[in-house]
Design a protein around this ligand. Structure first.
Ligand code: FUL
Length: 445
């Protein structure tokens, strides 16, 4: 081996290895694409968004509660997981925690014998959805809040949730805390160690990870440029630089993909007054393009009502949302290209900046959507690029794009052609282009 080559290998290999990559659990999380959020507590009955912790458990009476109805509707909406607010900021527990009386056990629900965490976990298992829990660190009811003893209280509750309900696929650590809340230093390191020990496959969300980061807004959109890498220095739960979280950082040293949480209604909890303000299927489809289509995951909240059911309007909206997406993405118009159309990230073509990949279509066809995916198992490389179509004489620009990562969806006015080409203009390293989809959007979009 000649000296320059040896030198090149020794210098370049460690650099390549240093590129952040997802863990197996992060990779599985990203490929789920859409998760449902279920916000439910005393607020549903008091018509509030943030309870103050003084609510009487007697108000909590979802007489017709049917978790199977929730999960059936979520499955029809194509959601792969449901995350339940086991405890929101008001401190009321949807399971009979041994740690407090402020729970379902002192409510009229099932005469105090109910356990909504169990009902939802069981329904998810029955219908093949993953199950996750939200356990608010900020607790406005528990007297120990504000003292070191609260960390033990919180951990004991976390342990109950992690040990009694089967597999937990995600734990949501909300950094929210009211402005006049008591001072409290959370033992996040301790909480996270417990999750790793008891549910090693679970991903943990907070403003700053450790597995999944907040997208920086509650409007439902990831940055037009969105890196799964970020620099976590100075970030902590409740301490977020929203714009930074929204777009990530090409030079970030940590793999921490963005989760886009947004509600189907204006509030996170059900309010009858918002029955006329449920997002339409079209609106939800747009959120999908602006979250999943920008290298993020869509966490859509569909809050159960006072009866303990998902409202029909919401059920219809998510079902139609999925029907439209299925229709748009049913037929990939790319012809004869097994690598880029097999749905597998680990079969790919390697592209370097300046290099194009020409892709033949099934005859001359009309299309207005393109989907691109990188093999993120090896990291995220694309900085920018463009797609063009062949007009019979020359290449015409369809659209430039920036980051791709897990998925980039492009929308543009319909064109007719028999060939496209994808060019990478800038990249951090060799691009592993895993999937290319060319589609004609459903009329429903
Ligand atoms: C926020 C909370 O304050 C909201 O009530 C809701 O739970 C949302 C998902 O996170 O930080």
């Amino acid at each position: 081996m000649n000296i320059p080559l040896l030198l090149f290998l020794t210098l370049s290999v460690p650099v390549a290895l240093a590129q952040p990559r997802p863990t197996a659990r992060q990779l599985a999380w990203q490929q789920r694409e859409t998760t449902a959020f279920l916000h439910f507590t005393v607020n549903t009955f008091t018509d509030k968004e943030w309870g103050d912790g003084t609510e009487n458990p007697a108000v909590f009476n979802p007489a017709k509660l049917d978790a199977r109805q929730w999960v059936r509707a979520l499955k029809a909406g194509g959601f792969k997981m449901a995350i339940l607010t086991a405890k929101h900021h008001d401190g009321f527990c949807l399971w009979p925690s041994k740690m407090t009386d402020h729970s379902v056990k002192n409510s009229p629900y099932k005469g105090g014998k109910g356990d909504i965490v169990r009902e939802v976990a069981d329904a998810c298992r029955e219908y093949g959805l993953k199950f996750g829990v939200y356990l608010s660190p900020w607790d406005r009811h528990e007297p120990r809040y504000g003292t070191a003893a609260y960390n033990d209280y919180y951990k004991a509750q976390l342990r109950e949730l992690l040990t009694n309900y089967g597999p937990i696929a995600e734990v949501w650590f909300d950094g929210a805390k009211g402005e006049n809340a008591k001072d409290m230093t959370y033992d996040f390191a301790g909480y996270w160690a417990m999750v790793r020990q008891l549910q090693p496959d679970a991903v943990m969300f907070s403003d700053a990870g450790p597995d999944v980061r907040w997208v920086g807004n509650e409007k439902g959109n990831a940055g037009e440029t969105c890196w799964s890498t970020i620099d976590t220095t100075g970030l902590a739960p409740g301490k977020a630089d929203a714009a930074y979280l929204n777009r990530g950082d090409a030079n970030g040293t940590v793999w921490l993909p963005a989760e886009t949480d947004v509600s189907i209604r204006p509030g996170w909890f059900y309010h009858a007054s918002e029955d006329g303000k449920v997002r339409s299927p079209k609106n939800l489809v747009n959120l999908y393009y602006e979250s999943v289509g920008r290298n993020s995951l869509l966490l859509l909240n569909i809050p159960p009502n006072r009866e303990g059911l998902l409202a029909n309007s919401d059920v219809v909206s998510i079902r139609e949302f999925r029907r439209i997406l299925d229709e748009t993405f049913r037929t990939n118009l790319v012809s004869n290209n097994p690598k880029q159309t097999d749905g597998k990230l680990f079969t790919y073509s390697v592209l370097t900046p300046g290099k194009s990949l020409e892709i033949a279509l099934k005859n001359e066809v009309e299309f207005d959507r393109i989907s691109l995916q990188e093999n993120i198992a090896d990291g995220q490389q694309i900085i920018d690029g463009k797609v063009e179509y062949w007009d019979g004489k020359t290449w015409q620009l369809i659209k430039p794009f920036t980051t791709v990562g897990y998925k980039r969806l492009l929308r543009f006015p319909a064109v007719r052609s028999s060939m496209i080409r994808v060019t990478i203009t800038n990249a951090k390293g060799p691009v592993e282009l895993a999937e290319v989809g060319v589609y004609k959007a459903s009329a429903g979009e």
